[in-house]
Design a protein around this ligand. Structure first.
Ligand code: OGA
Ligand code: ZN
Length: 433
């Protein structure tokens, strides 16, 4: 574990282009990389980057690097990103001016020189202002970012049906006591999307303790902080009955689907399979669909569909509706979200989809069968005293059905958190270590 942390921390401190995910498919050795360079080599490249020379052009500065590459940077970009104290508050880490009002769009540097053996560039501007840039800073930002997301700098680990043996496990008290362990946990949530917390005990409110230790739980239409998952009469949600709960993501019927779900089992029904939890790596399944049936993938990623949920819970009556793409893809082609909940899917479809509905259903059928296939699905009984924590925008979850007899009962407590807080805490801890 400490190995991963030190590698991540080197990455976090290293001024290098942000490298996104080399993806391992179905927890096998199949690896796909979106960026041109793997993480380790780009960290190395950034450390060694030196500017060999620069050339003043009409609208941009040509920067020549010691790896023989050249990058042309518009003057307006360089002036906009001046790091001097008049331009940028180094403590608040915020820009102090808006170039739209103070910098001529066609500004041109009057001079540029390379200092400190290629480790620094100094630019002089027409008003006499001088901007100094570290070569590592320039290297980090000069080639743009292919990921364009705020995710943590860890490789995405894609998993399939053999994941249970590999499931990252964390000790509850250690998470509360040891920030290095907490960082490892937060990073694993990003990379793997599903982890198990053990030795939680069977007291109530433990899940809130973990949220509060990070920041706070997310309130939602089901409750302010801790939700109770138990069977009840007149249940407003099938989760609160004993029926089989098919694979789904929570909150697809809200615009802001929650990021993380933490489910702590306090009491379980007897038997090894009754009420057992099911999970599937939605990113892995979506990638598989993209590979085997691109037109089905396009159907599910190009049209948003309707989700609805209405009922009554501890906060009162609710009635929600939202529209999401079943598979969300970023402009760089990365799968960013899976939004799937058959039981909450509404009857309305986008008007422009109405003449392609049959194709849409075909794609939906294929995706649904794939995620439930033995290659991608894992099922295990989360024991009382354990907590499963997962990325609700990636991992589909469900459970097998169960029947209560005699004094049997099944009781779990549930909290949600958002990715903003998870990632914020991880970045704070990465700086600390
Ligand atoms: C839910 C849910 C899982 C379970 O409440 O949304 O998915 O195991 N519950 O009961
Ligand atoms: Zn659920």
């Amino acid at each position: 574990m400490s190995c991963l942390i030190s590698r991540i921390c080197r990455m976090a401190m290293a001024p290098c282009p942000r490298v996104l995910v080399s993806l391992t498919a179905s927890s096998s050795s199949r690896t796909r990389t979106y960026s041109s360079s793997p993480i380790a080599s780009s960290v190395e490249a950034c450390h060694q980057s030196r500017i060999t020379s620069v050339q003043l052009k009409e609208k941009e500065l040509s920067v020549h690097w010691n790896n023989t590459s050249t990058v042309d940077l518009p003057y307006v970009f360089l002036r906009d990103n001046c790091q001097e104290p008049e331009s940028f508050d180094q403590v608040a880490r915020q820009r102090l001016f808006n170039p739209a009002f103070t910098v001529d769009l066609n500004i041109r540097a009057t001079g540029a020189e390379v200092n400190e053996e290629g480790r620094q560039l100094t630019i002089t501007w027409p008003d006499g202002h001088r901007s100094r840039y570290k070569s590592s800073w320039l290297r980090q930002y000069c080639t743009g970012n292919t990921a364009m997301s705020g995710r943590l700098p860890v490789e995405t680990f894609y998993w399939g049906s053999d994941y249970y043996e590999k499931l990252p496990r964390f000790d509850f008290e250690e998470l509360l006591k040891d920030d290095k362990c907490l960082l490892e946990y937060l990073l694993k949530l990003e990379s793997h999307g599903l982890v198990l917390v053990e030795n939680v005990g069977t007291q109530s409110q433990q899940v809130k303790r973990l949220c509060d230790h990070i920041y706070y739980p997310k309130p939602c239409i089901y409750g302010i902080d801790v939700m109770k998952v138990e069977s009840k009469l007149d249940a407003s949600h099938i989760a609160y009955t004993g029926v089989e709960l098919p694979l789904h993501n929570d909150f697809v019927y809200c615009d802001y689907t929650c990021g993380i779900q933490m489910l702590h089992f306090i009491h379980h029904v007897p038997g090894s399979t009754a009420g057992a939890s099911r999970f599937c790596d939605g990113f892995n399944v979506a990638e598989a669909l993209r590979k085997t049936n691109l037109s089905a993938f396009d159907m599910l990623s190009q049209y948003p569909i309707q989700f609805v949920d209405a009922g009554t819970d501890t906060v009162g009556d609710y009635d929600t509706e939202s529209w999401h793409h079943t598979i969300s893809v970023s402009s760089s082609g990365e799968i960013t979200e899976v939004n799937y909940s058959n039981h909450s899917r509404g009857p309305h479809f986008p008007a422009i989809l109405m003449d392609k509905l049959h194709e849409w259903y075909a794609a939906y059928y294929e995706f649904s069968h794939l995620m439930n296939s033995p290659e991608y699905l894992i099922e295990f009984k989360v024991e009382a005293g354990q907590m499963v924590v997962f990325n609700n925008r990636r991992v589909l979850h469900g459970r097998s059905g169960f029947k209560l007899q005699g004094n049997d009962y099944r009781y779990a407590e549930l909290c949600y958190m958002d990715w903003d807080e998870i990632r914020s805490k991880a970045r704070v801890l990465m700086k600390k270590y």
